[in-house]
Ligand binder design. Structure first.
Ligand SMILES: Cc1ncc(COP(=O)(O)O)c(C=O)c1O
Length: 449
């Protein structure tokens, strides 16, 4: 184990790390157990980030870590273009019964979410013989070139990088703020506007016969933690069915019990043609999956898919243990119980500070609070957020104060949004503690003005 003097000299090498990588805390994270992580200087932090929604069953879950360690002693790298390995096939056996639709029966495992998105786009082009892709304004799909092209949440991800993958078009996602509206715009009106824009897009910019796929996050993540209304997903499905377009559900962040169902798309009952998952799938080991129908994947030439590390044996063994733990520990009911506790704590803060908090939203334990932004030149066309007497940059200031008080938490989107991604098996006591830290941080920022 590193001593603090080792750490001090190690930290010097931080200057050799690319500036392109941002970080929300200083120092070296040395260990993690359950809902907490520790730093080399003795700081112990409650982790409401799960490392961007990955360690959903807590850090170093004993069963998952053991499954990975045991696999390390059998075979680590049984390359997927050379042979099957046992955890790969065992994982498919465990995933098949929990897929949101029985038609999703053909699997390809990758490492990261971005790679899985690339594969889904590539597959959609091959199997439809069409080129164009429709994505959502506010969407985030990753840092690689195709994924960047369908990412519309912030310009920072692709600024200075163009040209990106061509053939990408976007429509608004049903999120009042994104539509320049107020939170009280009825959901049905938001959905109607977005589906109308889709019809227009298909009439004006990308002909259905040129359109391969629509890609959507069932809960908009980096765009602000907005669940897609069922009627919107049903509308997308209907358009896809009418025109032979494939519907891709990106459940990289919302999948694997995060929202209180195994997959967030289950809330709508809509069947995607391709489903992408990652993050919570292997609780920290790099693993993603692209799942589709065999009837579609049979159109792919053998050898057209692959990847040196794709579907790593240790990651697959960990993912098998994740699925087992989700069943054995009754994770879905824990998520739903903690979710209602979190919503009631956050709504109480909103009630106490109605001028500062615009919205509490999300699903399961993928939850966000959006703050108002102050009136000023930058807010000239904003229908809702420009309020007099509201503190500036509340989201980042509140997140910073939470960190100072011992809780890791993230902001998201171009709006003033703090997001809550606690472990799915967090105790009621730790959840309450996190909500209380957040309340104190909000009230301190409001006092400071
Ligand atoms: C919805 C969604 N898709 C794709 C990605 C990209 O995944 P990765 O960072 O593993 O490449 C993310 C990452 O946050 C995501 O939230």
């Amino acid at each position: 184990m590193a001593t603090s003097s080792d750490s001090a000299s190690l930290l010097d090498y931080g200057r050799n790390v690319t500036n392109g990588l941002g970080r929300i805390t200083e120092g070296i994270m040395t260990s993690g157990k359950g809902s907490y992580v520790e730093y080399d200087d003795g700081r112990k932090m409650l982790d409401f980030t799960c490392g961007y929604g990955v360690t959903s069953l807590g850090h170093c879950h004993p069963k998952i870590s053991k499954a990975a360690a045991d696999q390390c002693m059998n075979i680590v790298h049984a390359q997927c273009n050379i042979a099957f390995h046992e955890p790969y096939l065992r994982l498919i056996k465990k995933l098949l019964p929990i897929m949101p639709d029985a038609s999703l029966d053909s699997f390809f495992f990758w490492n990261s979410g971005s790679e899985a998105v690339e594969t889904a786009l590539k597959m959609a082009r091959i199997v439809t013989g069409r080129q164009n892709i429709i994505c959502m304004q506010g969407a985030f799909h990753g840092h690689t070139f195709g994924a960047m092209a369908v990412t519309k949440s912030k310009t920072i991800y692709s600024k200075g990088v163009a040209p990106l993958m061509p053939g990408v078009f976007s429509i608004p996602f049903p999120f009042w703020h994104q539509l320049g509206e107020t939170p009280d715009l009825p959901e049905s009106a938001q959905v109607a506007r977005c589906l109308y824009q889709l019809d227009l897009l298909l009439a004006q910019q990308t002909a259905p016969a040129d359109t391969a796929a629509i890609i959507v996050e069932p809960v908009l993540g980096e765009g602000g933690y907005v669940p897609a209304p069922a009627a919107f997903l049903e509308g997308l499905r209907a358009v896809c069915d009418k025109h032979g377009i494939l519907l891709i559900a990106d459940e990289v962040q919302s999948g694997f019990s995060r929202t209180g169902k195994f997959f967030a798309i289950e809330y709508s009952g809509v069947r995607p043609d391709i489903l992408i998952m990652a993050k919570g799938l292997a609780n920290g080991f790099p693993l993603s999956a692209v799942v589709s129908r065999k009837e579609l994947t049979d159109k792919l030439a053998s050898g057209s898919m692959g990847g040196t590390y794709a579907g790593n044996a240790v990651s697959c063994a960990a993912a098998c243990a994740v699925v087992d733990a989700m069943h054995e520990e009754n994770i879905l009911s824990q998520v739903n119980e903690r979710s209602s506790e979190l919503f009631s704590a956050l709504n109480a803060i909103k009630t106490a500070h109605p001028a500062h908090i615009l919205d509490v939203r999300g699903r399961g334990l993928m939850v966000a609070v959006e703050f108002a932004t102050p009136a000023g030149p930058g807010a000239a066309h904003d229908a809702v957020a420009a309020r007099d007497g509201v503190a500036a940059q509340m989201a980042s200031r509140v997140a910073k104060k939470c960190i100072e008080r011992g809780m890791l938490i993230l902001t998201t989107s171009v709006y003033e949004v703090v997001r809550f991604l606690p472990p799915l098996n967090i105790s009621a006591t730790d959840l309450k503690k996190g909500a209380e830290i957040f309340r104190e941080a909000v009230e301190e920022v409001i006092r400071e003005g």
